[in-house]
Design a protein. Sequence first.
Length: 255
Amino acid sequence: MAVDELAAVGGWACNALSDRITPMASPCAAADSSSPFAVLVSGGLDSAVLLAESLQQYSAVWPLYVQFGLFWEKVELQHLRRFLDAVRTPALRSLTVLEMPVADLYDDHWSLTGVGVPAAGTPDAAVYLPGRNVLLLAKAILWCHLHGVPTLALAPLESNPFPDATPAFFADYEAVVNQAVNGTVRVVQPYRGLHKEAVLQRGRHLPLHWTFSCLRPIDGRHCGVCNKCAERRQAFRRTGCPDPTSYHREEECSV
């Protein structure tokens, strides 16, 4: 969701992390901190902050990335690896990449081709990928079950409008997969009641230049004009945080 290059930009001291991050919101705080803990990560702001906070609470944290074959994933994974290297602590375990190809489901969808990606100003519904959380969680919950990791966290926010991101969906899906394998993996969403600006505030001292939120990267950079780039710009602006992102097009998105 190894390192090619570690940023000299904003050189960041990992040993100061615990002094700079707000304690994680419930329900993850209720998990046994001595037990292994998995975080479903992409390259985005929300899951990156969640992963960094988890490293301060749990003795062993496994980042899980599910690779669908989407247009942006190569660049997203490059950013994610750099971020993980930048926030590394003794608790961080190796990034696990799980394969879940969707070309046979999505055909020539923009998420696979990069053609006609939703632009800045399009509604949230424009970026909906049918069944994304169904597929993400199927692999991630089973990996946790098979590797003895009792809790899986992911970072949907209060503003997420999609049917596979509701509390009822997560509870029901957790129960179904556990029933299928006689498992007990918990699926938790610590940022459920938060908006992106609140998450950004929590992680404002993290190396956020190594997070990635773009549907059509150009030369390894954020395009600057897609729906997700616009959302990212707005979050930094509303939070009052400097935006460290390198955009291919630096001018403001029209929203």
